[in-house]
Ligand binder design. Structure first.
Ligand code: SF4
Ligand code: SF4
Length: 432
């Protein structure tokens, strides 16, 4: 099955053959206490404390929240508000200065043989290790692994689509750590008591597909599927439609149709936590765009982009725009003194002649392209107009909350209307 709409943006996956390499230990890290969907976590360290790499520095506050761990060893320098890469506002963070010794905690491998343990114990351990969705959404994984009793999950999907242009962090993980990803999938299947696991890879990643296929061929109840490359194939609802021909209802979740979807990066993090006892304190980030020092780098969470630029000697003299994430769903930032967070999939350095929005837009010419391409079957043209004119009742009537903010409408619009940004604004406005 195919999902409705979608587009085929130029791939620009220039870093797909670059092996994952660790960056040097940064001089300091800024660890936001909000690196997840839900409530800001509560700090459990104070200024002057010494911490080790992997040490927990904040506790989840409530059910939908996540712990944060130090990504370097050193001393807590400050606890203060710092600019957040997603919201652009200042939010609480813990700043840790490196002692350059890179000393780690002792890893707890008690759950290595996970199938001997109670499922709820494993979920608590995943929560303890700060795992969130690494595809960008940052939803606390422990919550996704705790569906209500009346929701029977029969399928777990490992999402290896990575359909955003430029980004290759997942592709490299699939090529370099296929066994670990499948191990993460098996752990999730065990926790959810699911009968089947499906690894899904787009057909523009043949090496990743072959590597995973080799592993999957030795694992019972897991299969691998190749799907056509199309954006946003990696969006949960679209992926479920393509793979299982099930439709997640409006306002519903994948678990409503018996499915749980995890990004391959998240599954790798689950494997690391359960099997190796390593909390989530670093991630693979694609650094790409109009620069010569591109690649896929293992980055300690909290590293400032300005420090990455210095450490990797990236020449940004001709760069006009820096985007966190992919060009379709990412956010442009106006300062480099912003830290990498758990959901940072990529950092793109773009010259203005590249295909990105320059901020100018024009009246709608009613071409209908955005309607034909919207994967949620919405009417982005009307949403855009009504938001512009602040007609909030009409905005709600046009299913604002069903928008998955995929960016397709903005990308396809001949009048360059910033429809997705308008929709994000309207959601925030109406919620407040
Ligand atoms: S951003 Fe929203 S309205 Fe625009 S194409 Fe995607 S789902 Fe449709
Ligand atoms: S693509 Fe742009 S110009 Fe065309 S109908 Fe949609 S909003 Fe209007």
């Amino acid at each position: 099955m195919k999902f409705y709409g979608g587009v085929h943006p130029k791939e620009n996956k220039i870093t797909r053959n670059y092996r994952i390499e660790p960056i040097p230990v940064p001089p300091l890290v800024v660890l936001h206490l909000s690196q997840h969907t839900g409530k800001i976590s509560r700090p459990i360290v104070k200024v002057g404390d010494t911490v080790l790499k992997g040490q927990k520095i904040s506790e989840p506050d409530g059910l939908i929240s996540a712990a944060v761990h130090s990504s370097i060893s050193g001393r807590v320098k400050e606890i203060k508000d710092f600019v957040h890469p997603v919201t652009g506002t200042k939010l609480p963070s813990v700043i840790i200065e490196s002692d350059k010794l890179n000393r780690s905690i002792h890893c707890n491998t008690k759950y290595k043989e996970y199938f001997r343990f109670d499922r709820s114990e494993l979920v608590s351990f995943i929560r303890e290790n700060g795992i969130v969705g690494l595809g960008g959404a940052m939803f606390p994984t422990a919550v996704k692994l705790s569906p209500p009793k009346d929701k029977i999950i029969d399928y777990v999907i490992a999402n290896g689509c990575e359909c955003e242009p430029y980004l290759t962090c997942d592709e490299r993980l699939m090529q370099e750590y296929p066994a670990e990803i499948v191990s993460g999938l098996k752990i999730v299947m065990y926790i959810l008591d699911a009968i089947k696991g499906i690894v899904v890879v787009e057909d523009n990643k043949p090496e990743a597909y072959n590597k995973l296929k080799e592993v999957v061929s030795r694992v019972p109840n897991v299969e691998i599927i190749k799907v056509k490359t199309k954006y946003p194939q990696g969006a949960e609802k679209q992926l479920i439609k393509t793979v299982l021909n099930r439709e997640v209802p409006s306002g519903g979740l994948p678990m409503d149709v018996g499915v749980v979807v995890h990004n391959v990066g998240t599954l790798y993090a689950i494997h690391n936590a359960i099997v190796k006892g390593i909390p989530l304190y670093e991630r693979v980030v694609t650094i790409s765009g109009d620069i010569t020092r591109s690649g896929n780098f293992l980055v300690p969470i909290g590293t400032l982009i300005s420090d990455i630029v210095k450490m990797l000697n990236i020449d940004i003299s001709a760069i006009d725009k820096v985007i966190l994430g992919g060009p379709m769903m990412g956010v442009a930032v106006n300062s480099l003194d912003i830290p990498v967070i758990k959901g940072t999939t990529g950092i793109l350095f773009i010259k203005s002649n590249s295909k990105v929005d320059d901020g100018k837009y024009y009246p709608c010419i009613r071409c209908g392209k955005c309607v034909r391409c919207c994967p949620m079957k919405l009417m982005p043209n009307f949403l855009s107009l009504y938001i512009e004119h602040k007609l909030w009742d009409k905005v709600k009537m046009f299913s604002l909350y069903d928008c998955i903010e995929c960016g397709v409408c903005s990308y396809i619009c001949v009048s360059k209307r910033p429809i997705t940004a308008q929709i994000k604004y309207a959601k925030t406005k109406l919620r407040s």
